[in-house]
Design a protein around this ligand. Structure first.
Ligand SMILES: Nc1nc2c(ncn2[C@@H]2O[C@H](COP(=O)(O)OP(=O)(O)OP(=O)(O)O)[C@@H](O)[C@H]2O)c(=O)[nH]1
Ligand SMILES: [Mg+2]
Length: 361
């Protein structure tokens, strides 16, 4: 029996198992087994280079995957936001290959990948689904584009979930440490939505014999398994409803409550807002570099991520900056006062001005 058949068999079993406290351990076992088989499958695909046709090189400061069903307007949006000239059409599946484009916003180069229409069952490998999903898995942000006539939002998010992509979530707050002896110890700082026997059982199945599990979040079955697996991708997500030039005010309001933004790729409505939202969703920050006695360079900022430090800035710049580093002066939101002298550990913020004092080589 192939992996797909085994996964399907276990999923059917899981489906037939009623959801209640007494079946939790059994469900946990099934879910953990499914998770492992899926991981095995992903690894096999990687090994055979199955993704080659879609392996689009990541370029620029960050990569956004544009996801949506056929004809929602992905190509039209890509063309409106970037330098790309993607084919658009009134019929479905105009775009059959991943189409890249580069968007320049606030000094950052943001790569946008238009991935062809997701089809039902993509996570199970139907059609070109798996390759499409591997592009999404590797993106820094997912932009879900929706058509007001046919939203199908849950279908898309479910598809991505099945491909082990977790949208707008961070990894579970838990830590597991292997030990030499003593069996499995579980400690938690909060009440859990899962019993200890189930946790133990799932951990055994994952190959843990002696280990300490410290859980700091109210995890349930699925989230606990997520925390055990290495192949989960935690990706931020924006959902936008396109073609709003075609719908009236009353319905707009409804969409607005459910999604991040209403746009029109055709008329350009709210596209600037979308760009801002993407920049924010990617947690990008702009650092204006300054030479001694000169004005800061505001046209070509150094693009970093929230939480990055002066040390990270040095790593981003060409040359062996770390070896040459003597001191830095920072002016902006992260500094207590203008031209504060800081070291490599100092955390930078958006629009900081950074002056480096470097050793000559
Ligand atoms: N009214 C209106 N029509 C739009 C808008 N955006 C796209 N369209 C139209 O919708 C149709 C499909 O657009 P595409 O950009 O080709 O859609 P796609 O998502 O790339 O489709 P596939 O490549 O087949 O997956 C075209 O006829 C577009 O002109 C919009 O904002 N408003
Ligand atoms: Mg297209």
């Amino acid at each position: 029996m192939g992996i797909d058949d085994r996964i399907q068999e276990l999923e059917e079993k899981l489906h037939e198992t009623p959801v209640n406290k007494s079946t939790e351990t059994e469900r946990g076992r099934l879910k953990a087994r499914i998770a492992e088989l899926k991981e095995e499958k992903q690894q096999k695909q990687k090994g055979t280079g199955d993704t080659s046709g879609y392996a689009v090189k990541k370029r620029g400061d960050a990569t956004v995957a544009l996801v949506g069903f056929p004809s929602v307007g992905k190509s039209t949006l890509l063309n409106a936001l970037t330098n790309a000239e993607s084919e658009t059409g009134e019929y479905e599946f105009t775009t059959l290959d991943v189409e890249p484009g580069m968007m320049k916003h606030k000094g950052a180069n943001i790569q946008i990948l238009d991935v062809p229409g997701l089809i039902g069952g993509a996570a199970e490998g139907k059609g070109d689904g798996t390759q499409v999903l591997s592009v999404v898995r590797n993106a820094d942000l997912v932009l879900i584009l929706l058509d007001p006539e046919e939203m199908r939002y849950e279908e898309i998010t479910q598809e991505l979930y099945n491909a082990d992509i977790r949208l707008n979530k961070s990894s579970p707050d838990m830590k597991i440490e292997k030990k030499g002896k003593g069996g499995i110890n579980i400690s938690s700082t909060v009440d859990l939505d899962i019993n200890e026997e189930t946790i133990r059982d799932i951990m055994h199945q994952r190959g843990y014999v002696n280990a300490n599990a410290v859980i700091r979040e109210k995890v349930g079955l699925d989230r606990f398994i997520d925390g055990l697996m290495d192949n989960r991708k935690y990706v931020p997500m924006i959902s936008a409803v396109n073609k709003i030039d075609q719908i009236d005010a009353g319905i707009r309001k409804e969409f607005k409550e459910e999604h991040d933004l209403l746009i029109s790729a055709e008329t350009g409505e709210n596209l600037d807002e979308l760009k801002d939202l993407m920049f924010e969703g990617l947690s990008l920050i702009r650092i204006y570099m300054k030479k001694k006695g000169e004005d800061p360079d505001r046209d070509e900022p150094l693009i970093l991520r929230e939480g990055d430090t002066v040390g990270d800035a040095l790593d981003e710049l060409p040359g062996d900056m770390r070896d040459r580093f003597k001191a830095a002066k920072v002016t902006g939101d992260s500094s207590k006062f203008p031209e504060q002298k800081v070291g490599t550990d100092h955390e930078l913020m958006d629009e900081d001005i950074l002056e480096l004092n470097l050793r000559h080589v």
